[in-house]
Design a protein around this ligand. Structure first.
Ligand code: HEM
Length: 232
């Protein structure tokens, strides 16, 4: 197999989708872990978002993380472009249907809607980056002093962002889309990466399902709990 086959052959494209998808999943683990620090305010009334602000500052100040951030955007870019290409190719091929009509029995609705789910997530991401990442890296975020050091007050930025109902609804819709996107993505990635008929497939699928539910649920609880003032 040549390098160019990764972007031209159908199996190569699926492999790239699986690999970039797994890389993006590792980002989600770190992202949900750090952001979940906002829930510390539920257990400690004196926290006021300090734990989250400290954790976000620690991550943002690590050179390795900054380098990985470039990789992250490249990963997103390849995953999105390749995903769009696959969606349009699948649609334009097979103009003449199969003789045996499978109806909806052959696949789940979300497996047939990866392009739509991915597009909802992409629209969410553009708004999300504009709300948090651009202020944090370029246009500026208010700072507070923690242990004598100036730190971005991303917790307050979250509170003002999630005070608007339409934003909360957008995030919840995006998280539901993410859950279904991940559900199919995991199964497809394991297959693209060659993990079928393996004795570990059941375990891998179980982990995939748990991840696809727990991570989007934690993300969705963030805007909801800020809007309802469970976290403040
Ligand atoms: C729903 C709850 C979420 C909240 C409250 C949240 C919050 C944040 C914040 C505060 C930042 C800026 C971090 C910084 O600059 O230090 C950020 C960046 C980012 N978020 Fe989210 N996020 C959420 C969900 C998601 C989801 C579901 C995705 C992906 C599907 C995502 C992808 C990103 C990316 C790619 C960045 C920029 C890269 C980075 O800063 O490392 N976020 N988010």
């Amino acid at each position: 197999m040549k390098w160019s086959d990764l972007f031209t052959s159908s199996i190569g494209k699926k492999f790239v989708m699986g690999l970039t998808g797994l890389f993006l999943i590792s980002f989600l683990i770190v992202h949900v872990g750090i952001n979940s620090c906002i829930f510390a305010t539920i257990f400690n009334a004196d926290d006021h978002g300090e734990m989250f602000n400290k954790a976000a500052h620690f991550m943002g100040s690590m050179v390795l993380i900054r380098i990985m951030e470039v990789g992250l955007f490249v990963g997103f870019f390849i995953h999105i472009i390749q995903g769009l290409v696959l969606t349009f190719q699948n649609r334009s091929k097979r103009k003449i249907g199969y003789n045996v009509q499978m109806g909806n029995k052959g696949s789940k609705w979300y497996s047939r809607s990866m392009g739509l789910l991915g597009t909802i997530i992409l629209i969410f991401l553009i708004i999300h980056w504009n709300q948090f990442w651009i202020p944090s890296r370029f246009t500026g975020v208010d700072e507070i002093n923690i242990d004598g050091k100036p730190v971005h007050d991303l917790f307050s930025l979250m509170k003002t962002t999630f005070a608007e109902l339409w934003v909360v609804i957008l995030y919840v819709v995006a998280c539901i889309s993410l859950a279904y996107h991940l559900l199919h993505g995991f199964q497809s990635a394991f297959r693209s990466l060659g993990l079928y008929n393996s004795k570990y497939l059941k375990l891998a699928n179980g982990i995939g399902i748990a991840f696809s539910i727990i991570v989007p649920l934690l993300f969705a609880l963030m805007p909801i709990s800020m809007y309802l003032h469970w976290v403040e």
